[in-house]
Write a protein that binds this ligand. Structure first.
Ligand SMILES: C[S@@+](CC[C@H](N)C(=O)[O-])C[C@H]1O[C@@H](n2cnc3c(N)ncnc32)[C@H](O)[C@@H]1O
Length: 375
């Protein structure tokens, strides 16, 4: 996490703190599972490491690339590496595509129910957002909370570019102070929890259906770990994309303009930039697939021909067959009941759920409950 300098306004401080690629004093430890959930939770890297454009240690990036591309069978890359400066900007573009209704649905629900959401969290409260991205969605919640009491908002993200944008977007909300955390989800949340003052409640936001990037059991386990960082009575607002007709879901991840394709291909470009790889992007194409059994959209990069790729800083040389793919992201789809039962098993009670009429999406308001003493 980035330390707060005494007396500095959070805006000025963050503008200094998030220059892409710059290291913060306390931010030498990354290692929480990727957005994807296809890889294991792992120990943190050591201090003093070089960082790439996404703020993640190059050593960890190289190790993950080596492990994912050396796999026998399906090769894969963790989706958390999408979000360097270029990837974060491309994600912003995706979020305004007509085919990608998810972000607008999420925003509509949060906006319509912001006052109710805030009224369900007793005063005084602080807000932490996991994978905040550019921070467009929490505006209404923070506005409502700021009208009730002076508040602190902690966006937690591994992308310096996303955090800088988030800070800029939300800097003018009255009575709300922003303290950015350049951290993996749980490290950031634990740090926020350690800063809470007596009697303060935490409202955690996990929006945009980022939970859907985890494999289902890993997602549930992740919710359990979020619960462990909280106290009974704290709240989690969880956004989940719902199942809808397959062509609609596929179009959301394979738009005709090619923005999602660029977002996916940028992962290979990032490997070239940061690890000295020689991926020829013209020999790869983006593909989105629906997995009926797992109820998820998968994103892949498809090798257009037989080829060998060298990535010197990851110490790896990989040969690909024609049509062989690298699996880069999962987006699991849910039903409202599934979300409530998953949350309950993870130690939350579902107190309210709202959905969007235009684009099936659900926002669930969950309360951390006391652990069952009989278990
Ligand atoms: C799909 S975007 C969602 C952004 C925003 N919450 C929204 O709903 O539009 C995911 C965000 O999570 C961040 N992220 C991915 N993996 C992360 C991790 N392990 N820890 C912290 N942030 C992560 C990315 O940098 C990105 O900004």
């Amino acid at each position: 996490m980035i330390p707060e300098p005494a007396g500095a306004s959070s805006h000025a401080w963050a503008a200094i703190a998030y220059r892409p690629g710059q290291r913060s004093r306390d931010n030498d430890r990354f290692g929480y599972p990727s957005c994807m959930g296809k890889q294991e939770a792992r120990g943190a890297g050591s201090g003093g490491e070089a960082r790439g454009g996404g703020g993640v240690s190059l050593r960890e990036f190289a190790a993950d690339v080596r492990a994912g591309l050396s796999k026998q069978g399906q090769r894969e890359l963790p989706s958390k590496y999408f979000y360097d400066e270029v990837g974060s900007a491309l994600f912003e573009a995706i979020s305004v595509l007509p085919e990608y209704g998810l972000t607008r649905a999420d925003e509509r629900i949060v906006r319509a129910h912001a006052d109710e959401i805030v009224s369900r969290v007793p005063s005084p409260a602080i807000v932490a957002e996991l994978g905040s991205g550019s921070g467009r969605k929490p505006r209404w919640i923070l506005g409502s909370l700021g009208r009730r009491e002076p508040a602190v908002y902690y966006p937690i993200d591994i992308s310096p570019a996303a955090l800088a944008r988030c800070e800029w977007e939300l800097s003018r909300i009255p009575s709300v102070r922003i303290i950015g955390m350049l951290n993996p989800y749980l490290e950031g949340l634990k740090e926020v929890a350690s800063r809470r003052k007596d009697g303060q409640r935490i409202l955690v936001l996990f929006l945009g259906s980022t939970i859907g990037n985890f494999d289902r059991p890993v997602g549930e386990q992740f919710l359990g770990q979020v619960r462990s960082a909280l106290l009974p009575g704290d709240a989690l607002l969880l956004g989940t994309d719902l199942e809808k007709p397959i062509p609609q879901m596929l179009a959301a991840y394979d738009d005709p303009v090619g923005v999602t394709a660029a977002f996916n291909l940028n992962l290979l470009a990032r490997i070239n930039r940061e690890l000295g790889g020689d991926f020829d992007l013209r020999r790869w194409r983006h593909a989105a697939r629906w997995d009926e059994q797992q109820r998820r959209i998968e994103m892949h990069l498809v090798s257009q021909e037989r080829q060998t790729v060298r990535i010197p800083r990851a110490g790896v040389e990989v040969s690909f067959r024609q049509d062989e793919t690298i699996w880069t992201e999962n987006s699991h789809k849910y039903t409202p009941d599934l979300v409530a039962s998953m949350a309950q098993r993870a130690g939350f009670r579902c107190e309210a759920q709202w959905s969007d009429e235009e684009w099936p999406f659900a926002e669930s308001f969950l309360i951390a409950i006391s652990p069952d003493p009989s278990r």
